[in-house]
Ligand binder design. Structure first.
Ligand SMILES: *[C@@H]1O[C@H](CO)[C@@H](O)[C@H](O)[C@H]1NC(C)=O
Length: 394
């Protein structure tokens, strides 16, 4: 026997081929066709058209935001002033975090000196001078204790005297009367520059190619339907679009988010990649937003003075997010392959029906599973009646 005829123990040189059995069972045939069509429809309709799985995606947006407020308001302070953006916007440089003063409590003409601490501060309550330790700061208070306990009229309890800005801040809740009514007409200009680094694609929400673009920017105001790409927003619109009322929110202040969503299909032209703006309220109706600022000046005798403002207002947070998608051959192949694997499930199901659930199942089983006996001479293939002769040649 020649050496190549000896069967290798590992069947190293064997190639296995699958034998197909063609049946003419219409029911199973139809079932399999329906299954194939369903899988194809799923692949084309859902995976490709609806989910666009043939595209690679990048959902990390690199973004920078510049903001600028415009508008003036007459303000009901003791010296009745006009406030511009340089007075009501914090921080001044215009970032994606913004605060716009819409209301305030004013404590005018504070001077450095000695006075009684606010009575509502527990750490400043006293009955005798020893309770007010000299040089100790009042916890959560406005100054340094002088060591004196000032008796309040009629009571035995008193309040510590402090060294600090006197008189101390006025009590009370923010008042409707001081609201900057015109603040609803302030406008916010947002310049947002984004980049999807995976596709090396960048874009800005402000288009400035020619003089028409400049003119448009000068006059437009964002409107979901008429001017969806105008980057200038009215403060009142931003608040009202979240379902809150501007004039009411202006009293105590509140937090709001401006969402800029970039969903870009980069297989289309650049002009199809545009921001979509939406507005949300961050926090409930009752959580206000406030902090304190002071303005310093000198009085007639040259003594230092300040006006303290507890300011309430609209806190805006600009949140940029998005996804870019672009055709990718690897994604396409992976998705086609994974869907086509489903076809195997179909064949498996049809096999089970054909081989075990039909009347002629035994017959089909016999044709599919061909038992070949050890002894070549008893092979059923040899016993089969002679059919049309086939010749194989390579
Ligand atoms: C805001 O502007 C509109 C029109 O430009 C005006 O009718 C309205 O009175 C203004 N609101 C306030 C509070 O000034």
């Amino acid at each position: 026997m020649a050496w190549w005829r000896i069967r290798h123990p590992l069947f190293l040189f064997d190639y296995t081929t699958v034998k197909y059995v063609v049946t003419q069972n219409r029911k199973v045939g139809l079932l399999y066709r329906i299954f194939q069509l369903t899988v194809m429809a799923y692949l084309i309709g859902w995976v490709f058209i609806e989910k666009k799985q043939y595209q690679a995606k990048d959902d990390t947006v690199e973004s920078s935001v510049l903001t600028k407020f415009k508008g003036v308001a007459s303000v009901n302070t003791t010296d009745f002033k006009i406030w511009g953006p340089e007075d009501y916007v914090y921080p001044k440089q215009g970032e994606d975090f913004l605060f716009i003063i819409t209301n305030f409590i004013e404590t005018p003409n504070q001077e450095l000196g000695n006075c009684s601490e606010k009575s509502s501060i527990p750490d400043a309550n006293c009955t005798k001078d020893e309770d007010c330790i000299k040089e100790e700061a009042v916890r959560a208070g406005n100054g340094i204790k002088t060591g004196l306990c000032l008796k309040t009229a009629g009571g035995s309890d008193g309040i510590c005297e402090i060294k600090g800005w006197c008189p101390t801040e006025k009590h009370g809740k923010p008042d409707k009367a001081t609201v900057l009514r015109q603040a609803e007409n302030f406008t916010l200009y947002i310049r947002n520059f984004i980049r999807f680094s995976k596709f090396n694609f960048s874009k800005s929400n402000v288009k400035l190619n020619n003089s028409d673009d400049y003119l448009y920017l000068k006059s437009c105001l964002y409107d979901q339907i008429v001017h969806p790409y105008c980057p200038i927003f009215r403060l009142g619109d931003i608040v009202n679009k979240t379902g809150r009322n501007f004039q009411e929110s202006a009293i105590m202040g509140g937090s709001f988010g401006i969402m800029i969503d970039w969903s870009c299909d980069l297989d289309k032209e650049d002009s199809h990649c545009n921001p979509h703006y939406s507005f949300i309220s961050l926090g409930s109706n009752t959580t206000g937003f406030n902090f304190r600022i002071a303005e310093y000046s000198n009085d007639a005798e040259g003594k230092k003075q300040r006006t303290l403002y507890k300011v309430f207002g609209i806190h805006l947070q600009i949140i940029v997010f998005g996804t870019a998608r672009k055709f990718n051959i690897i994604n396409t192949i992976i998705n086609i392959a994974s869907v086509l694997t489903l076809m195997t499930a179909g064949s498996f199901l049809c096999d089970i029906i054909l081989l075990y659930m039909m009347k002629k199942s035994t017959f089909y089983r016999d044709s599919k599973f061909e038992r070949i006996a050890k002894n070549d001479k008893e092979s059923p293939a040899k016993k089969m009646p002679e059919g049309p002769k086939r010749k194989f040649s390579l």
